[in-house]
Design a protein around this ligand. Structure first.
Ligand SMILES: Cc1cc2nc3c(=O)[nH]c(=O)nc-3n(C[C@H](O)[C@H](O)[C@H](O)COP(=O)(O)OP(=O)(O)OC[C@H]3O[C@@H](n4cnc5c(N)ncnc54)[C@H](O)[C@@H]3O)c2cc1C
Length: 420
């Protein structure tokens, strides 16, 4: 039985294939196509939506890892390499991705395919950093994605083929100083806060007037890696902020004093200074379900206020704060931030609580502000909502007809999103 990270998606594929190289991927796709079976590429299972659910053949890419080459401002890695492994390999060479995620477990191909983003108002998602992709299409043939197909392929939800290699732009490594503080909601919602820093986000509980703001700026200081104990404290503080102190307290009550102490200390010292991927990383200590929406940047403040009011009005049981982030317009045709500066709003539900009321409410309130859902998170959208929201959808579907005419790569969820 396969389950995703949250435990909310499950399937029992009739077969799981774990190829060791691209030739193995091609053989697996050809075999599935010849038998009339569907085959689904599966990464780390970090998506909350059923995107990676494989009812027939699951294509496990966990053996396709490692560096292919690095140089000339580019790195090429195999598809199953995790975002964290990539950051580590780049750091050994004093390099980094410009986009820093706060999660290290997704595979590079999965992060690219779902448009995984951080919170930098001027730096695009992992998929925006892609400069080259190698893919196995529905016939089983491998190809380098041509430039005129790149913006379709960079956020393709696994619908165009199996990515075997990803090439990304890199930059010299950089050091961030991260700070956090309580701030009034009005202040953190203003452009002065969210757009003024290299990286900035905030979280806010319904009923609260203050938010917990976290921001980071590039500095020329030397990195100051934390001690093991301090790293654990940072992890707890970030998890409490991102993942919900209340839920964490409910699940592991004995940790609450430690979280509070660590939070106070971090606030007291005011900042943490380290290599970007180390300072932003927040490996969770509890699990949750999540829905996240990409709003036009100008609609963010109204969207957040209305959602907070709606949650309070309906008295939904919320153990987690809303998480609010920003990003620039994205080039990926199906990226939720395609063509517009974006404010991201995420809602979380503790494991064991029905996520549907919160997902539906976020869809109603944020959808009314022209929000588009993150494909890797929970949402109720089908092709009827997608069609008016994505101006390049028809071009994407035409390319899908060429790269996967027999729909070798689909699953029921993808059928509802893109049509059969
Ligand atoms: C704790 C946690 C924190 C998160 N934080 C963030 C965040 O800060 N920002 C954010 O944007 N998202 C975040 N996410 C969502 C997450 O990053 C991605 O949606 C997801 O993890 C993608 O990577 P994966 O390897 O897990 O892919 P999976 O979930 O396994 O698959 C996702 C999709 O990619 C496709 N795919 C996978 N590999 C390939 C391949 N080789 N070729 C073609 N298609 C492929 C699958 O078919 C599927 O459609 C978070 C998730 C978790 C669990």
């Amino acid at each position: 039985m396969w389950t995703n990270w949250s435990g909310g998606q499950r399937c029992q594929p009739s077969a799981t294939v774990r190829p060791l190289d691209e030739a193995g991927v091609r053989a697996a796709v050809r075999r599935a196509a010849a038998r009339g079976q569907r085959i689904r590429p599966v990464g780390a299972g970090g998506s909350f939506s059923p995107l990676a659910v494989a009812e027939e053949v699951a294509l496990d890419l966990s053996a396709l890892t490692g560096l292919v080459r690095v140089g000339g401002g580019r790195v090429r890695v195999r598809a199953g390499t995790s975002v964290g492994e990539l950051a580590g390999m780049l750091a050994q060479r004093q390099l980094a991705l410009a986009c820093v995620c706060d999660v290290d477990t997704p595979t590079v191909a999965g992060a690219v395919s779902t448009g995984t983003h951080g919170s930098m108002s001027r730096t695009g998602s992992v998929s925006a950093q892609v400069t080259g992709l190698r893919m196995v299409e529905g016939s089983g043939a491998a190809l380098e994605v041509p430039p005129d197909e790149m913006d379709a392929a960079r956020t393709a939800l696994g619908a165009l083929g199996v990515i075997t290699e990803v090439e990304l732009a890199v930059r010299p490594e950089f050091v961030l100083r991260m700070s956090q503080a309580r701030m009034p909601l009005d202040q953190v919602l203003s452009g002065d806060y969210l757009d003024a820093h290299r990286w900035a986000e905030f979280s806010v509980f319904p009923y609260a007037t203050d938010a917990l703001a976290r921001w980071a700026d590039e500095v020329t200081d030397h990195p100051a890696p934390p001690s093991a104990m301090r790293a654990q404290q940072r992890r707890l503080v970030r998890s409490a902020a991102v993942g919900g102190g209340v839920a964490l307290g409910r699940t592991v009550p004995r940790l609450v004093p430690a979280i509070n102490r660590a939070a106070t200390r971090l606030n007291g010292s005011g900042s943490a200074t380290d290599l970007a991927h180390r300072v932003l990383l927040a490996r969770p200590v509890v699990r949750w379900e999540e829905s996240e929406w990409a709003l036009p940047r100008a609609a963010l403040a109204d969207g957040v206020r209305e959602l907070l009011a709606a949650i309070s009005e309906r008295e939904l049981d919320v153990g987690f704060p809303l998480e609010v982030r920003v990003g620039p317009a994205e080039p990926g045709w199906l990226h939720p931030a395609y063509g517009r500066n974006t404010g991201w709003v995420a809602v979380h539900t503790a494991a064991g609580v029905d996520p549907e009321p919160m997902t539906q409410l976020a869809s109603e309130v944020l959808g009314a502000h022209a929000g588009r859902p993150h494909w890797g998170k929970r949402h109720p959208w089908t092709i009827s909502e997608l069609a008016p929201a994505y101006p390049k959808l028809d071009d994407f579907l035409a390319l899908r007809d060429r790269r996967d005419p027999d729909r070798v790569f689909t699953n029921p969820h993808l059928d509802t999103l893109l049509g059969p």
